[in-house]
Design a protein around this ligand. Structure first.
Ligand code: B12
Ligand code: SF4
Ligand code: SF4
Length: 340
């Protein structure tokens, strides 16, 4: 096999494992592309982006990134046969589709399988590979450079087949491989569209690709802070996740994806009563292995979110009052102060 065959073979194997798309970029070409992007657009801090890759650099600065896109399912209420961890009693609160199953974990598992196969077929050792998913390295920039997609004004990478609804997973391979051609957009995919900017309920998108994490509801979903009345109202009946800037994107229109991923299944609807009836320990236990069980998501932030959802569902006084009463004497102000 020559190296071109290797590159095609690797991407094809990734797709066989369930990834929707994949592309390859060498470490050296990535660095070059980043420098070029920052020349075109001074807000792109090439130095900072390249520093984030330092952990990956091999002495020789050789190597390639296989950047994969794992599309996530939309409309998982259709799924049958999955256990509902908090029961099925309405009213419900919502989990955004990207977190309804643990796609990040599933993507890493898929890359581990691929790595094992590649160790044999490319005659490389375990230490020649590194897997990254939701990590510190600039995954969106790698996806752009590897031709998987292009930045949209919603701050996400748009893929020409899957829109924005996919997670990115990266396999570093200590071998220079031919880079993939770009798969889609010759120029700015957004053009004059501003739908995501206009629809964001908190004005978090700046319009030039930037996102204000102090405003974004997705960022605030995990921050243990007390919310004011305005934030509570805007939060609605979510438990976790906001994806309005994806719902309105024309590139996601009409795409109703299925997924073979079952890892950490929670579904998109969680019973408010079922959730709030559990102790914190029980909640932690039930969320283990799911996207909401990740170490950096504090249970007290989820409790706050659920109590706000309960309030917005009109359950603050009668039906849930006994359950909610427990939280009025909670030791933590973030949870206690939010009770409706
Ligand atoms: C921290 C983080 C968040 C934070 C903060 C996001 C942020 N902008 O900083 C929060 C919690 C808000 C978040 C939310 C979401 N995230 Co997130 N997040 C990350 C993470 C771990 C790091 C991102 C990061 O480096 N932030 C630091 C800032 C400075 O970098 P940046 O966002 O890349 O900002 C760049 C752009 O603004 C760009 N830029 C500057 N000027 C301009 C101008 C133009 C015109 C353009 C287009 C771009 C541009 O340059 C900046 C610097 O690089 C990545 C994983 C990774 N390693 O990439 C996932 C990741 C970006 N998230 C992802 C996803 C799916 C989401 C959510 C949909 C749900 C979720 N998982 O939480 C929402 C979507 C919100 C949104 N509209 O972006 C995916 C994106 C997949 C895709 N299709 O692009 C990633 C890649 C995770 C993964 N492995 O799949 N996320
Ligand atoms: S995730 Fe929600 S709050 Fe964050 S930028 Fe998108 S629409 Fe705005
Ligand atoms: S909604 Fe419009 S502006 Fe926003 S990312 Fe999609 S195409 Fe671009």
């Amino acid at each position: 096999m020559n190296t071109t065959d290797n590159a095609d073979f690797i991407v094809a194997e990734a797709v066989k494992l369930g990834f929707g798309d994949g592309g390859i970029i060498t470490l050296s070409l990535f660095s070059e592309k980043i420098m070029a992007y920052s020349k075109q657009k001074p807000t792109v801090d090439s130095q900072a982006l390249l520093e984030r890759l330092e952990k990956v650099h091999s002495e020789s600065r050789q190597g390639s990134f296989l950047v994969c896109a794992l599309p996530y399912a939309i409309g998982t209420e259709d799924d049958t046969g999955f256990p509902k961890p908090f029961g099925n009693n309405p009213p419900f609160m919502h989990i955004a589709p990207f977190a309804a199953r643990h796609y990040y974990k599933a993507a890493v598992e898929k890359l581990k399988t691929l790595q094992k196969d590649l160790q044999k077929s490319l005659n490389l050792s375990k230490s020649d590979f590194r897997i990254f998913c939701n990590s510190k390295i600039p995954e969106k920039w790698l996806a752009k450079a590897a031709g998987v997609g292009e930045f949209g004004k919603n701050n996400l990478i748009i893929n020409s087949k899957f829109g924005t609804r996919f997670v990115i997973a990266v396999l570093f391979i200590n071998m220079d491989l031919p880079p993939s051609p770009s798969m889609g957009f010759a120029s700015d995919p957004c053009k004059n569209c501003t739908k995501c900017i206009d629809a964001c309920p908190v004005g978090a998108l700046s319009g030039d690709g930037g996102l204000d994490t102090n405003k974004c509801l997705q960022a605030r979903a995990t921050t243990p802070e007390t919310w004011d009345e305005k934030t509570k109202k805007i939060w609605g009946q979510r438990l976790y996740g906001c994806e309005i800037c994806q719902q309105v994107c024309p590139y996601n229109k009409g795409i109703r994806q299925k997924s073979d991923v079952n890892t950490g299944y929670l579904g998109e609807k969680i019973s408010i009563k079922g959730f709030l009836s559990e102790t914190e320990e029980e909640i932690r236990e039930k969320l283990k292995g799911s996207a909401l069980g990740m170490s950096w998501i504090p249970v007290k932030a989820l409790l706050r979110n659920a109590l706000v959802a309960a309030g917005n569902a009109g359950m603050g006084t009668e039906e849930l009052s006994q359950i909610i009463h427990r939280y009025q004497s909670h030791s933590d102000a973030v949870v206690k102060n939010v009770v409706y």
